[in-house]
Design a protein. Structure first.
Length: 94
């Protein structure tokens, strides 16, 4: 599995609510073994998720879902990157 696939899978799990704030993510070694991914692919996916503020690295403890990752504006931006707003549209119910 490549870095982009791992990134998209974790991002989807965040958007679907499968991952909770503060939840510990699998170690790099565990993902390399279970996903048959290269070390570089796992590290690249985690670095990208971290750079977007979705996960945090705690030296010696691992990677965790960032508490801010699940905020509504951030998730809306990730789910709908072309949208400038997360406000619901007001339409008559007909």
């Amino acid at each position: 599995m490549n870095a982009a696939s791992l990134y998209e899978r974790f991002k989807a799990r965040l958007l679907d609510g499968e991952l909770m704030a503060g939840q510990r993510l699998p170690s790099i070694r565990k993902l390399v073994a279970s996903e048959q991914a290269s070390y570089h692919a796992v590290v690249s996916a985690y670095v990208r998720l971290s750079s977007e503020g979705l996960i945090e690295s705690h030296q010696g403890s691992g990677y965790f879902v960032s508490p801010q990752a699940l905020s509504m504006p951030r998730l809306c931006k990730l789910a709908l990157p072309s949208s400038n707003t997360c406000e619901p549209t007001s339409r008559p119910l007909a």
